[in-house]
Design a protein around this ligand. Structure first.
Ligand code: MG
Length: 379
């Protein structure tokens, strides 16, 4: 198994170079833990880099690309393996190198109880600032492992109704009218389309899509609009075109302008670039109508769940999104999707070399698998 060899090779980076606070020993922490073998077990983290191949060139307001680097993780404990993933689109600042450096510092030898998720995630977070995708790759693997130990998927452990998963939107990138029409046809099974705006031809994009379908559209501007008055006029026009909401219309730094837009907009305004993790959510109330939660931004499933609960408690809308990812990270996010008003979980559908299978999309709706943990298996 060359994959296993790669995992071992990269996890070899971890040896020896660490200075971390000395924790109490595993048996002192939890002397009662029982493993299948009857001996105290420890968690072993492995990781290896992988490049996702995109089916189409992916264009958003600021850049275009054809691959996305990811780091695949495995967390082994007592004969079970939890799978995780870090997806690192280059504009977010993480890379194979930074993730390998971060993951090399992870030492779980003092934790012999995977159920101590809160403590373990706090430790992972304390290793270094940032590195949210790398942190998510450990968090997802830990959740997958714990779900496998109790033989239940996370939507059940969270008490969520699996029939309440939303439809996922399917992203139509910025392109020529001919290509856009073709992509809309390819997206036939999806009930809601997502369109990236923030260029000169915004109205043309919407009109092109409207020439071939009446499906609801959600719009992501990726901070592309510069003037609040122009943004409001555009949103008012979009509201007449069957658009459902607008994501990150202006720079995340234009806080006053966005608060004004949200107050006056006929459509909900959703924060994406403006929201990173748990601590950001409360401060965005009244500035945005809702937040787009992504595991790679917030550090994983535990933080994503906290964010969703905080936002809902404040009456904000919740959207669950993703990067281009394999079915690993997408299925992990999908576990939370019954809590979401909208989902944009098409990242695994945009790549040609997924190594996992898990969450499916049937007639546009997210269908959670019966598998435990994050609900995936290797293809
Ligand atoms: Mg976005």
């Amino acid at each position: 198994m060359s994959n296993r060899r790669n995992f071992l090779k990269y996890s070899g980076l971890a040896a020896g170079s660490l200075i971390l606070p000395k924790a109490i020993s595993a048996t002192e922490r939890n002397p009662t833990i029982k493993t299948k073998s009857g001996k105290p077990a420890s968690m072993k983290l492995r990781f290896r880099p992988y490049d996702l191949q995109l089916k189409h060139v992916f264009t958003i307001a600021n850049n275009s690309r054809t691959t996305t680097p990811v780091m695949l993780t495995e967390l082994e404990y007592d004969g079970l393996i939890g799978y995780g993933e870090a997806s690192m689109p280059p504009y977010l600042g993480e890379s194979h190198k930074t993730a390998a450096e971060f993951l090399s510092k992870v030492d779980l030898s003092s934790y012999n109880d995977p159920f101590e998720i809160e403590d373990i995630i706090q430790y992972i977070d304390s290793i270094a600032v940032g590195n949210y995708a790398a942190k998510a790759s450990v968090d997802i693997a830990l959740h997958d492992l714990v779900g496998k130990i109790v033989k239940q998927p996370w939507h059940k452990l969270w008490g969520l109704n699996r029939t309440k998963t939303p439809n996922t939107s399917f992203t139509i990138g910025i392109d020529t009218p001919e290509v856009v029409k073709e992509k809309v046809k390819e997206a036939e099974i999806y009930k809601i389309l997502k369109v990236k705006l923030g260029r000169e031809n915004d109205k043309e994009m919407i009109k092109t899509i409207r020439s071939v379908t009446n499906k609801p559209i959600c719009v992501d501007v990726n901070q592309g609009w510069k003037d609040k008055q122009m943004a409001l006029e555009m949103i008012q026009w979009l509201a007449t075109q069957g658009v459902v909401f607008v994501e990150q219309p202006m720079s995340k730094l234009a806080v006053d302008d966005i608060a004004w837009l949200t107050l006056n907009s006929p459509l909900p305004i959703i924060a994406d670039e403006a929201v990173q993790t748990v601590n950001d959510v409360a401060g965005l109330n009244k500035i945005y109508s809702g937040i787009n939660i992504k595991l790679m931004k917030c550090g994983g499933m535990r933080n994503a769940n906290k964010m969703a609960l905080i936002a809902k408690a404040m009456g904000m809308k919740v959207m669950i999104g993703c990067m281009t990812e394999t079915s690993c990270a997408v299925s992990a996010a999908a576990q939370l999707s019954p809590l979401a008003d909208w989902a944009d979980l098409d990242g695994n559908l945009l790549i040609s070399n997924d190594i996992y299978e898990g969450t499916k999309v049937v007639d546009g709706k997210i269908i959670l698998s019966d598998l435990p943990g994050i609900g995936i298996r290797l293809k």
